[in-house]
Design a protein around this ligand. Sequence first.
Ligand SMILES: NC(=O)c1ccc[n+]([C@@H]2O[C@H](COP(=O)([O-])OP(=O)(O)OC[C@H]3O[C@@H](n4cnc5c(N)ncnc54)[C@H](O)[C@@H]3O)[C@@H](O)[C@H]2O)c1
Length: 362
Amino acid sequence: MKILITGGAGFIGSRLSAELVKLGHDVTIFDSLHPQVHFLNETNYSIAKASGAKLIVGDIRTRDDIQRAVTETSPDYIFHLAAETGTGQSFDHPTRYNEVNIIGTTNLIESVRSSEMLGMGSVRRIVLAGSRSVYGEGACVNMEGRPTAAVARTNEDLSKGDFQPKSASGESLTPVPTAADICPVAPASIYASTKLMQEYLLTQAFWGTQTEVGILRLQNVYGPGQSMSNPYTGVISIFADQIMQGKTLNIYEDGEITRDFVYVDDVVRAFASTVALESFSDEIVDIGAGEAATILDVAKEMINLVGDERNGLKITGNFRAGDIRYAIADISKAQALLGWTPQVSVKQGLEQFSKWAKEDQA
Ligand SMILES: NC(=O)c1ccc[n+]([C@@H]2O[C@H](COP(=O)([O-])OP(=O)(O)OC[C@H]3O[C@@H](n4cnc5c(N)ncnc54)[C@H](O)[C@@H]3O)[C@@H](O)[C@H]2O)c1
């Protein structure tokens, strides 16, 4: 297959490029090499360069750049990963997030349509790197165990130290594993809103055409290569950086914020498995480890793996706009449809990440 990967020099994309080349595909990477992502982090770009994929440097915000990539490669499949990815930062730069994630996606759509009109044949499938952030608080049940929608947590509740998700009527809820077919979307950040818009735009643009659109909604992806100098990457690399600087880790809320940390190689296998599917049309698949870990436990484990006696932990009770309380994927659809199960436990993954972080820092 001829495969185009937008954002293919990034953390997930570089490994996906290498994996798809290894499987025998003709892969082209399209990436702007965004300085915030690549500055002081050679790992992912090195993997992309060594992968054997062709590299086109361009900006998805510029229609001519992405048009050139689509026209030159005439892809059978496109994996759309290029994005601005920081949840917190998205509140400060809504236009930038909109331009890359939303306008970038419409530029991709128009480029695919134009090349079809020029008689270059249809793109068979576009697979989007979606995000679990589109769920907001995610699936919950009430005291009787009935599925009940959670609303965004209020500043007032959080200020009182009441961190539990609640229903619209104020009833305390218990989170449960989240799956696309049972949980309505309710994005709680600008980043999440742009990721949801990407899903809508692609699905609507190619509805009823020969181009299938499939979406993998990813939980928190981590692993070697995740930037430690970019303050907007995941919490594990932020902890590693702070630990190595001998800092105390400040833990938000009461430490019981829970995430589903999924190892990058597992995510790459999930993306790669979609290539062989007979059909992947209008499917949304949740990708996670299916294993819940509290931020406090991860912080302790990271200190154990990379820290020393200088490091401490402080549970601050502070909170942030857009943070959700609990995230864990229901991965039964990924298992059934993709034949995929995660293979790296959080413990093994943290060990791999810590080893790389120490080497990278050195
Ligand atoms: N990492 C996670 O935990 C996670 C979770 C959910 C969803 N996702 C999604 O997965 C995708 C990949 O994430 P990642 O963690 O590999 O991020 P990343 O930042 O490492 O990779 C994104 C790549 O896109 C490129 N890029 C950014 N702006 C661009 C532009 N204007 N034009 C062209 N290229 C541009 C960057 O240079 C980078 O190489 C993103 O769409 C992200 O929203 C990631």
